[in-house]
Design a protein around this ligand. Structure first.
Ligand code: KIV
Length: 282
């Protein structure tokens, strides 16, 4: 289990040595403590916070201030995992200057070690400039949820030669621009393996097969906090949502039947003390 603080060089070494890198999302301090203690290498405060914990329909509405707030909370729970903040939609799309400023806020105001942003094409130049400003950057290609509408919805990407080629060229572009890590989402497993094999930076897959240099899952999917729809690439390692609901049902039942709180949960005073206070409040 990883115990030292995970640095950029740690991840580069893990790729060279063929040791898979683990990443999970977290949005609050108790979750950060759990995943850090479990030995995860990198923690992403994803813009998935929008739909996973903030109740938005997708990732579009979440703001810089909301993600900074969650990133700060996660920072307080981490001892050794690398902390990556996710740039929300429109925080890097308007101008390079605005992108650098917003990326910097994740490091200065929330204690992140690095930032992630989605896309290739014009985003590559923005990545180059953010890296030049001294901010470590994680790229994100394949299915990019912020622009899912333009990709034809939440679909597997890179299934034909032309789109696979585009993803590969964008991956090379991001690597050339100085990105130190790439998240590759929802592509055929063989494309995931191919791109991870061609890049020198680690490629973290989510729905990209087992041949990438590591994996990322959304924490709430992994532990089964909600029982609703899960994409094919999700493996539920537990169903803690059921357990949590049962706990709250038991609490409600015990309150209604007056079996909670019990003697052991109540603060006691002597008869004399009681008589004194009873007299005082008459
Ligand atoms: O926002 C997020 O949680 C992500 C991961 C699923 C890669 O981008």
């Amino acid at each position: 289990m990883q115990k030292d603080k995970v640095e950029l060089s740690t991840l580069a070494r893990m790729k060279r040595e063929g040791r898979p890198i683990t990443m999970v999302t977290a949005y609050d301090t108790p979750t950060a403590r759990i995943v850090d203690a479990a030995g995860v290498d990198t923690v992403l405060v994803g813009d998935s916070a929008a739909n996973v914990v903030l109740g938005y329909p997708d990732t579009i509405p979440v703001t810089m201030d909301e993600l900074l707030h969650h990133t700060r909370a996660v920072k307080r729970g981490l001892k050794h995992a690398m902390l990556i903040g996710d740039m929300p939609f429109m925080s890097y799309n308007v101008s390079v200057e605005r992108a650098i400023e917003n990326a910097g806020r994740f490091l200065k105001e929330a204690g992140a070690d690095a930032i992630k942003l989605e896309g290739g094409g014009w985003v590559i130049e923005t990545v180059r400039r953010i890296v030049k400003a001294g901010i470590p950057v994680v790229g994100h290609l394949g299915l990019t949820p912020q622009t899912a509408g333009m990709l034809g919805g939440y679909k597997v990407q890179g299934k034909d030669a032309a789109s696979a080629r585009q993803i590969y060229e964008d991956a090379l572009g991001l690597q050339g621009a100085g990105a130190f890590l790439l998240v590759l989402e929802c592509v055929p497993d063989r494309l995931g393996t191919l791109i991870a094999g061609k890049l020198t930076i680690p490629v973290i897959g989510i729905g990209a097969g087992s041949g990438t240099d590591g994996q990322v899952l959304v924490y709430h999917d992994l532990v089964g906090i909600h029982a609703g729809f899960a994409p094919k690439f999700v493996k539920r390692y537990a169903q803690v949502g059921d357990l949590m609901q049962k706990a709250v049902e038991s609490y409600c039942r015990e309150v209604r039947e007056r079996s909670f709180p019990g003697e052991e949960h109540s603060f006691k005073i002597s008869d004399e003390e009681y008589q004194a206070l009873e007299k005082a409040i008459q």
